[in-house]
Ligand binder design. Structure first.
Ligand code: NAD
Length: 453
């Protein structure tokens, strides 16, 4: 069986690759189990050095990887270059963590207790199509740094960069079996990884629906799970904000990666007295958000990932939708959709409540600070968000009250290699990146040493 990989900007096939099967999962788990016995005992300084070599090797192939990701995932080439740079930075950051993965010594009666952070063994990593290689690296780098062996199952629509990564890792000296990639369907290959008794943990990024199924299936073998799921983040704009700056940043906050971003601020909550002025400023910023060929110069947004996904996104903009204004998108082949601003949106409507995962944003007015917090929190999700105001105290008060894992004040920034990332509520369980990420790939062991009285 083979898997046909499609280029979303043209709608045409760009590669045909072998499709993995559940039996391949069984073989990969066996291979990873053997590799683990040696990998766990590699001296920390050597393991760190190998991860640094992998980071260098990724950087050496940055341009080719960026073009591959731009073609397969439809990302503008400048964004794809930044993403591959982040992948290298992620391996470098966690290489630095290998020798700082410390335990404690705890004085106790009659001796001393010490703690060790032991690797879990074989971990299964399941990733989505929207940021294929960065999301894989957020899992792989801490997993390998902590001494685990990993089996990565990329999304069916975007497996190509992960397959390249496996080759690059081998060439950089990562031992065989430590990092394996299996490209295949979620319900068969992914499911087998989740149920396999030889897999100690699943780290998953994807939809809340599939994440819930993974949590249920993982219960059978008491697997550890980290879940990075959906979002419906709020961009809260107070009337006392720098409205020019907020409006200039708003298109990037939601239309980046064509809105196929779990951190997309797909609800803009604007204080009622500022709505008209904000929309006046937002319209030219949206018109200037150029949509086109991901490999073209000065393109801010590419196509959606597939025709089926474009149809789903379009269903949130029926004929009677309150479209305030739209940008433009190319005609013809490729899965194009224009940036679309809806206003005013009923907070109870699907456009205000569901994760659209496309370039459609709902503008919802609010009255005061309490109303802003209530509306921001009126969601099953809690992943990201922004707060725009010139009042520092208010910014922090609101940030403390919004139920969300990552917030930025007067900015859209969501993800940094050195800070924790993850969600509240149905946006997930656990955190990736930052100083604590390796803990999620290790078990804490306590050893008591009786010294005698
Ligand atoms: P998806 O849930 O459809 O698929 C994600 C992965 O799970 C794919 O590799 C898929 O093959 C696999 N899968 C599907 N069924 C499975 C099963 N039964 N068992 C095991 N694996 C299975 O998600 P998607 O459409 O690829 O990605 C979009 C979603 O990902 C959005 O909801 C988005 O918010 C979310 N996302 C979250 C984050 C985050 O960090 N919180 C980041 C990016 C994307």
């Amino acid at each position: 069986m083979t898997l046909t990989v499609v280029e979303p900007a043209t709608g045409r096939a760009m590669a045909e690759i072998p499709e993995a099967t559940p039996e391949d999962v069984d073989r990969a788990v066996e291979r990873a189990g053997s590799a683990f016995r040696a990998w766990r005992d590699v001296a920390p300084s050597d393991r760190a050095r190998l991860l640094l070599r992998l980071a260098d090797a990724i950087e050496a192939e940055l341009e080719d990887l960026a073009v591959l990701e731009a073609r397969n995932a439809g990302h503008p080439i400048a964004s794809a270059r930044g993403e591959i740079g982040m992948v290298a930075a992620t391996f470098r950051y966690f290489a630095g963590g290998v020798e700082r993965h410390l335990g404690d010594t705890i004085p106790v009666a009659g001796g001393v207790a010490m703690t060790f952070r032991e690797p879990l063994g074989v971990v299964g990593l399941i990733t989505p199509w929207n940021f294929p290689l960065p999301i894989a690296s957020w899992k792989l780098a801490p997993a390998l740094a902590a001494g685990n062996c990993a089996i990565l199952k990329p999304a069916e629509l975007t497996p190509l960069s992960a397959i390249e990564l496996e080759r690059i890792a081998l060439e950089a000296g990562i031992p065989e079996g430590v990092l394996q990639v299996l490209a295949g369907p979620g319900p068969t290959v992914g499911q087998r990884l989740v149920e396999h008794p030889g897999v100690a943990k699943i780290a998953f990024t994807g939809s809340t629906r599939v994440g819930a199924g993974i949590q249920r299936a993982a219960a059978g073998t008491i697997k550890r799970v980290t879940l990075e799921l959906g979002g419906k983040s709020a961009n809260v704009v107070f009337a006392d904000a720098d409205l020019e700056a907020a409006a200039a940043a708003a298109p990037g906050a939601v239309f980046d990666n064509a809105g196929q971003d779990c951190c997309a601020r797909s609800r803009i909550l604007v204080q009622r007295s500022a709505v008209d002025r904000f929309l006046e400023l937002l319209e030219p910023a949206v018109q200037a958000f150029t949509v086109g060929d991901p490999l073209g110069a000065d393109v801010a947004m590419g196509p959606l990932i597939s025709a089926a996904h474009r149809d789903r996104v379009a269903s949130f903009v029926p004929d009677d939708a309150p479209v305030a204004f739209r940008g433009t998108a190319p005609e013809g082949d490729g899965f194009w959709f224009p940036p679309t601003v809806l206003c005013p949106v009923d907070p109870a409507s699907p456009a205000a409540r569901e994760e659209i995962f496309g370039p459609v944003v709902a503008v919802v007015p609010f009255d005061d600070e309490a109303d802003a917090i209530a509306k921001a929190n009126d969601s099953i999700y809690g992943l990201s968000g922004s707060i725009w105001t010139r009042d520092g105290g208010k910014a922090l008060r609101v940030a403390r009250r919004i139920e969300s894992g990552v917030l930025s004040i007067n900015s859209n920034s969501s993800v940094r290699v050195s800070t924790p990332f993850g969600g509240f509520k149905q946006s997930g369980i656990g955190r990736e990146l930052g100083p604590h990420a390796m803990e999620a790939y290790s078990e804490l062991k306590t050893v008591y040493y009786a010294t005698g009285a």
